[in-house]
Design a protein around this ligand. Structure first.
Ligand code: MBD
Ligand code: FE
Length: 253
């Protein structure tokens, strides 16, 4: 069955790729190497990573241009829908060498009205740059570590304690890291915390925040940093803290 949207986008993408093949006079050997590369990406289970490293920021730009809510950011490949609700604290390993991080704030709509019962997914890497629930390079951390869901209260406020994430390196033994390196890029992302804010009747907000002065903030290999997403260091109750007031917009039906 014809799907008009897929037809239009897939045709346009193929036209764009063909144009490059012709322009660069790509040889049969180069073409075969490229096909092999894509097979290696699939084999390494890095299709999601590869796409998000190079293309997620463009999708975010499209979305950002149309939103009246908080700045969206790249989701990346490590979101897990099945992350559990948590009571004020994400599960982390005591054996990890880490510093506490307090995250809190509010959720409001475009008119400044409090949004109660919004669900916020929060996820980030371990201090050594791994995500739970993915296996392989990331180890066998259960999916309830370093991620969780919280709800906004009757005042639209939310709060969770966790540990400070560190810069994240794209697995540099894998094909995505290899391509970045061949393209002259490093393979690092600045330390960041991911958020997804959802409430029935509202557009989902997917974003992430960075730490001012953090390593790689000025040269994220995923092009995911915008000034609005870089938070100054703040201390609260003896902990590093980030205060984030999210604005979500009503669904455009
Ligand atoms: C990440 O942790 C991430 O957030 C993105 C966008 C890509 C790769 C790794
Ligand atoms: Fe990430």
């Amino acid at each position: 069955m014809t799907n008009p949207r897929v037809h239009e986008i897939a045709t346009a993408m193929l036209d764009a790729v063909r144009k490059v093949l012709v322009q660069q006079e790509v040889t049969e050997a180069e073409y075969r190497a490229g096909v092999m590369y894509m097979m290696q990406v699939a084999e390494a289970k890095e299709m999601g990573l590869l796409c998000d490293v190079f293309l997620n920021s463009t999708i975010v730009e499209i979305k950002a241009a149309a939103t009246r809510g908080s700045a969206p950011a790249i989701q990346g490949p490590y979101f897990k829908e099945e992350a559990p609700f948590v009571d004020g604290k994400l599960k982390t390993y005591d054996s990890d060498d880490h510093k506490p991080l307090l995250l809190h704030g509010s959720v409001k709509d475009e008119a400044g009205r409090v949004v109660t019962d919004a669900v916020i997914d929060i996820w980030h890497s371990t201090p050594d740059g791994r995500y739970s629930g993915f296996g392989g390079y990331h180890g066998d951390m259960p999916v309830d570590y370093y991620r969780g869901k919280v709800r906004t209260d009757a005042q639209g406020r939310w709060r969770v304690q966790t540990t400070l994430p560190a810069p994240y390196q794209i697995p540099n033994k894998g094909p995505t890291g290899a391509l970045l390196t061949m393209m002259g890029s490093h393979t690092w992302r600045p330390a960041h915390v991911h958020f997804k804010v959802r409430k029935d009747g509202f557009e989902a907000l997917t974003t992430q925040y960075y730490f001012e002065g953090g390593e790689w903030v000025d040269s994220d290999c995923c092009n995911g940093v915008k000034p609005e997403l870089v938070m100054p260091a703040a201390m609260e109750q003896g902990m590093q803290a980030m205060a984030l007031d999210f604005v979500i917009e009503k669904s455009r039906a």
